[in-house]
Ligand binder design. Structure first.
Ligand code: PGA
Length: 256
């Protein structure tokens, strides 16, 4: 499939930032700057901001996302948030398996997979994050790590549901560090992921249609080069998504 025909998605991952009034202000600033976007624009906000963000987004094309979800629809899971709760607040997307959840909160490929399936079967689109650490890259384990994370993360997901899955390739060493993978490194990893998807679903056409984002210190300066890579269809943006002008500049780069 032609890269141009794939849906490019630029998603902001606000992480643990922004009170409700701050979220409202940021969305107010972003809205006019991305109104002519030719890619999909998503903001993945903290749970506590979802309601305020949904209201601030009314009438705009920007989609709302969360940063995690539990796999059960309800029950005795203190501190957790379910997919029906997210949907009721207007979320359309949810990030699963982010490296910060893997690193600090015991997330595994198995729990990421449970969350992803719950999201899909509960009516959300899922952004599955994968990526190697610096030591894994240095040990030449990048492809093995990505293969495991993608395969396990998508376990028991029917090929027909891949249209609601976005894969975000985020090398852990590039997240929040200011170090970006070179466009070629990022492009190669995303091409490798697309090959894995073709193997998993047994259908090249489906794999070719999946949106694969790059994430890790993407900013207005490096976005165009990264997004020009054939297999990179957008970005998952952390730090730069908290600045309206920077986020909008990345959206513009993805719209070309
Ligand atoms: P960063 O974060 O853009 O701040 O590196 C990306 C992410 O963690 O999703």
């Amino acid at each position: 499939m032609d890269k141009q025909k794939r849906k490019a998605i630029v998603a902001g991952n606000w992480k643990m930032n922004m009170t409700r009034p701050e979220a409202g202000e940021l969305i107010k600033a972003i809205r006019p700057l991305v109104s002519a976007a030719e890619c999909e624009v998503v903001v993945c906000v903290p749970f506590t901001d979802l309601d305020a963000a949904a209201k601030a987004l009314k009438g705009s094309e920007i989609r709302l996302g969360a940063q995690n979800c539990h796999w059960e629809p309800s029950g005795a899971y203190t501190g957790e948030i379910s997919v029906p709760m997210l949907r009721e607040l207007g979320a359309e997307y949810v990030i699963v398996g982010h490296s910060e959840r893997r690193q600090y909160f015991g997330e595994t490929d198995q729990t990421a997979n449970r969350r992803l399936r719950a999201a899909l079967f509960g009516g959300l689109k899922a952004i599955l994050c994968v990526g190697e650490t610096l030591s894994q890259r240095e040990a030449n384990d990048t492809n093995d790590v990505i293969a495991r994370q993608v395969t396990e993360g998508l376990r028991e997901v029917p090929a027909g549901r891949l249209g609601d899955v976005v894969i975000a390739y985020e090398p852990v060493w590039a997240i929040g560090t200011g170090k970006t993978a070179t466009a070629e490194e990022a492009g190669q990893a995303c091409a490798f992921i697309r090959g894995l998807l073709a193997g998993i679903c047994g259908d090249e056409e489906t794999a070719c249609g999946v949106t694969i984002q790059y994430g890790g210190s993407m900013n207005p300066k490096n976005a165009a080069q990264l997004l020009a890579q054939y297999d990179i269809d957008g970005g998952l943006i952390g730090g730069a998504s908290l600045k309206a002008a920077d986020f909008a500049a990345i959206v513009e780069a993805a719209s070309k």
